[in-house]
Design a protein around this ligand. Structure first.
Ligand SMILES: *Cc1c(COP(=O)(O)O)cnc(C)c1O
Length: 265
């Protein structure tokens, strides 16, 4: 079978002019940058995890990245991943849901989830990183109960003023309510916070956003000592090195690994 070939990218120096870089080569390049950013920031290597964001790319691309050593993937749509997870089984790649074995890959949902799809999401994803309402948290907890599993979750926080984005407002009563109730939602395993920085040519905009999430985490960790705020998911292809400098523990990389995606219609 022919490997999936990532579309050609802008920042390609090392590879031959006529061969697009393979997914494995892209992964090595990203890992190198990740390591260098950790060193610059004086952080131990291994403190920052790499998530490969495979949305819009075929199951074969996930299989190739898994073969190159990636163990954590991000997908943004329930329906799209449902189809792909079936194809992945055919490719011999198994997705860890609940207490599955170590050989499996982990796939987290990183896109907005409607509460009416919570049950399906809890069935097919290892975890949900975009809990952005109390209602969704309650639905996911219910789904976890039915499935007999504890679902790892992150709360998505909207730290920038950009209007079109999802996420809980840092000072909202909804977020405060959710944090109060999380210890009782026994089928959710609270792991931390995530955010998406606004698209902006100025990298300092992203830096401010990441810094704010990091400070928020400190405040919440002090106020809610019973909850785990260990994970700080922030940083994408264009800004992950800044995110690492600002305390990210998990970077979500799509384009730099799989190539560019078709533009949304
Ligand atoms: C698509 C997506 C990414 C990956 O973005 P790239 O710029 O391609 O690395 C990361 N996080 C979220 C939430 C996404 O939707």
């Amino acid at each position: 079978m022919r490997d999936y070939v990532a579309p050609i990218q802008g920042d390609v120096q090392s590879s031959c002019m006529f061969e697009p870089p393979s997914i494995a080569e892209n992964i090595r390049r990203v890992e190198k940058k990740l390591l260098a950013a950790c060193q610059r920031a004086g952080r131990p290597e291994g403190e920052v995890k790499l998530m490969a964001v495979s949305k819009t790319h075929p199951a074969q691309a996930i299989a190739d990245a898994a073969a190159a050593g990636v163990r954590l993937f991000g997908e943004n749509r329930v329906q799209e991943f449902q189809q792909k997870s079936l194809e992945l089984n055919g490719l011999g790649v198994h997705v860890a849901v609940g207490a599955d074995g170590d050989s499996a890959v982990h796939v987290h949902l990183i896109g907005h989830l409607q509460s009416n799809k919570a049950a399906r999401a809890a069935e097919i994803f290892t975890g949900v990183d975009t809990v952005d309402s109390l209602k969704l948290a309650l639905r996911l907890d219910e789904a976890g109960d039915k499935l007999g599993r504890r679902l790892p979750v992150l709360l998505e926080i909207k730290v920038s003023e950009e209007a079109a984005k999802t996420g809980l407002e840092p000072a909202s009563t909804e977020l405060a309510d959710l944090l109060e109730r999380l210890p009782d939602l026994r089928h959710l395993q609270m792991r931390g916070l995530m955010t998406v920085a606004p698209l902006d040519d100025n990298p300092e905009t992203a830096r401010n956003c990441f810094r704010e999430l990091c400070q928020l985490r400190e405040r919440f960790a002090a106020r809610y000592p019973g909850l785990d705020f260990g994970e700080l998911s922030m940083g994408m292809s264009g800004d992950f090195e800044i995110a690492i400098e600002e305390g990210s523990t998990l970077v979500r990389i799509g384009t730099a690994i799989f190539g560019s995606r078709p533009k949304p219609a």
